[in-house]
Design a protein around this ligand. Structure first.
Ligand SMILES: Nc1ncnc2c1ncn2[C@@H]1O[C@H](COP(=O)(O)OP(=O)(O)OP(=O)(O)O)[C@@H](O)[C@H]1O
Length: 243
């Protein structure tokens, strides 16, 4: 399997001198194509920093990040913006939809920002897959939280990105809706071959992934394949995450 994302000895230090915080310490990790990976760890362990460095949203202090074989180190802000727009999809906790735009306009926004044409067949297919075919003309305020997150997932998929990053994508949803959205993320991995990397606090959410990376104090301290919610919760407890 080819790696879509590869981090080699990535460190990230925030601040300088006495106030410096090492958020990542020499992290090496690879995410194979077509896999669903959850990133877990106690609060402050570096999960968001990992995601931001892997996605080109933040620049590591040292080390190498490669996305689909492209080295990110040394890229300027314009190049990174272009890369994020065309090759990466994002799903955030807070949906981040534009209230004045309807479903189709929100979903196709990344294409329009990138100056790319909208493939109507692909758009229809994505809307069908996320279960929004009847909602194309609705505004975000006319949709439930789960439906809004489905719009965000469709928007993340529309550019056919190499990887979709999720930052607590189910953090704002109730349990049932969260499970539906997690099921959908797993479905886009299994049936579309999409690669998904998701930061979560929730062992149940992590159990939808094919594997889990555990971060503690800026380091990857463990990995688990075929995770179950119980096994993940037990591992987190041993890390002192719930102390
Ligand atoms: N912009 C910043 N400036 C200074 N310190 C930062 C900054 N961003 C993160 N940190 C610090 O880096 C460390 C890792 O933060 P990060 O947000 O990656 O952890 P996390 O595991 O995602 O935490 P949480 O689960 O609470 O969201 C923490 O000690 C945090 O305080």
């Amino acid at each position: 399997m080819t790696d879509v994302v590869r981090l080699d000895a990535v460190s990230k230090v925030y601040g300088k001198g006495q106030g410096a915080v090492a958020a990542l310490r020499e992290v090496t990790a690879s995410i194979p194509r077509g896999t669903f990976t959850a990133v877990m760890g106690p609060s402050g362990s570096g999960k968001s920093t990992f995601l931001h460095c892997a996605a080109g949203l933040d620049v590591p202090s040292s080390g190498s990040v490669r996305l689909g074989g492209t080295e990110l180190a040394g890229m300027g802000e314009t190049e990174l913006t272009e890369l994020r727009r065309r090759r990466v999809g994002f799903v955030f906790q807070s949906f981040n939809l534009i209230p004045a735009l309807d479903v189709v306009e929100n979903v196709t926004l990344p294409l329009r920002l990138a100056g790319a044409r909208v493939d109507r067949e692909w758009l229809a297919e994505i809307l069908r897959r996320v279960g929004l075919e009847g909602r194309a003309g609705h505004r975000p305020a006319q949709l439930s939280g789960g439906q809004q997150q489905r719009v965000a997932i469709a928007r993340a998929l529309v550019t056919r990105p190499e990887v979709v990053f999720g930052d607590e994508p189910t953090g704002a949803l109730d349990t049932m809706t969260a499970r539906e959205v997690l099921g959908l993320l797993r479905e886009v991995v299994e049936s579309m071959g999409q690669t998904v990397v998701m930061v979560t606090h929730d062992p149940v959410a992590a159990s939808y992934a094919g594997s889990v990376l555990f971060l503690a104090d800026g380091r990857i301290v463990d990995a688990m394949s075929a995770p179950t919610a119980d096994k993940v919760a037990e591992r987190m407890t041993r890390m002192g995450a719930y102390a």
